[in-house]
Design a protein around this ligand. Structure first.
Ligand SMILES: Nc1ncnc2c1ncn2[C@@H]1O[C@H](COP(=O)(O)OP(=O)(O)O)[C@@H](O)[C@H]1O
Ligand SMILES: [Mg+2]
Length: 257
């Protein structure tokens, strides 16, 4: 687990993604500066996961470009110039394998190093994430927060140049969510890895984001800091941050009864 000497810059220009005639991303443009935490927010179904999959190179855009340190993403993937570590929403661990075997899978499948080196690397990452002595546990023995930590451990073992998180605090109670948020901030500072988080969790953005974009109609109008987000005059952003439940709605009574 070495600190990267130089963190990478991400440039997204005019990114479009369309499924049949459904436009999800519409000329999305943003920059993520080296070593920062960029948080992309927005209500459910606005295209946050779609964006992250494009960024991880798991899907192709309809138009537009993503460049990492000025190298097109397709080249980055082909030449393996940089490693993009995606930490999935649910963690997606294999239930039939221990924590150790889940973590070792990537190394064994790609024959990256021998068992002694695998054990050393796993030991180091488990210490970093406060997961010592969990290697023999099965996923079903882990709490929700521990599963997220193991998923992060797996992402870090790939020694990524970019860390991508999809809703890292979803399905967690507020205290566990706060500890995961803190851990993402800690890992970012400690390893200096450019980090992109997609989330609708305002607490997350307020505590660790260097910059924040709010996805609206497939694009971002303005890049905020923690402070400027809360003072935004944009009606969509204000409504997203302080949703007004309309108690005059004709169906409200039936929902309650
Ligand atoms: N593979 C796909 N095929 C068709 N539509 C999709 C596909 N993936 C996502 N979508 C649609 O794109 C929109 C954005 O989805 P998503 O990125 O998952 O939203 P969220 O912001 O909640 O992560 C949704 O309307 C979803 O149905
Ligand atoms: Mg999503």
């Amino acid at each position: 687990m070495t600190t990267k000497q130089t963190s990478v810059q991400i440039e997204v220009r005019g990114l479009c993604k369309q499924f049949a005639d459904h436009v999800v991303l519409d000329k999305l443009t943003l920059s993520v500066t080296p070593g920062e935490i960029f948080v992309l927010m927005g209500p459910s179904g606005t295209g946050k996961s779609v964006f992250l999959k494009l960024l991880a190179g798991l899907d192709r855009p309809t138009a537009g470009s993503i460049r990492i340190n000025d190298i097109p993403l397709e080249e980055v993937k082909k030449q393996q110039t940089f490693v993009l570590g995606l930490v999935f929403q649910a963690g997606a661990l294999f239930n039939s394998m221990s924590v150790f075997d889940n973590l070792a899978l990537y190394f064994r499948e790609h024959a990256i190093c021998g068992e002694d080196e695998i054990a050393r690397r796993i030991d180091r990452v488990l210490k970093l994430l406060n997961l010592e002595s969990t290697e023999h546990l099965m996923p079903s023995d882990l709490s929700g927060g521990m599963k997220k930590r193991v998923a992060l451990a797996r992402g870090l073992l790939m020694q990524p140049d970019v860390l991508l998180f999809d809703e890292p605090t979803s399905e967690l109670d507020p205290i566990t969510a706060a500890s995961i948020i803190e851990l993402i901030g800690y890992v970012n500072r400690k390893l200096n890895i450019t980090t992109v988080v997609v989330s609708h969790d305002l607490a997350l953005a307020k505590s660790i984001a260097d910059h924040i974009g709010v996805l609206q109609n497939g694009k971002i109008d303005e890049i905020y800091t923690k402070e400027s987000l809360l003072n935004s005059k944009n009606a969509f952003v204000q409504n997203f941050l302080n949703p007004n439940i309309n108690i005059q709605h004709p169906n409200f009574g039936t929902l309650l009864s």
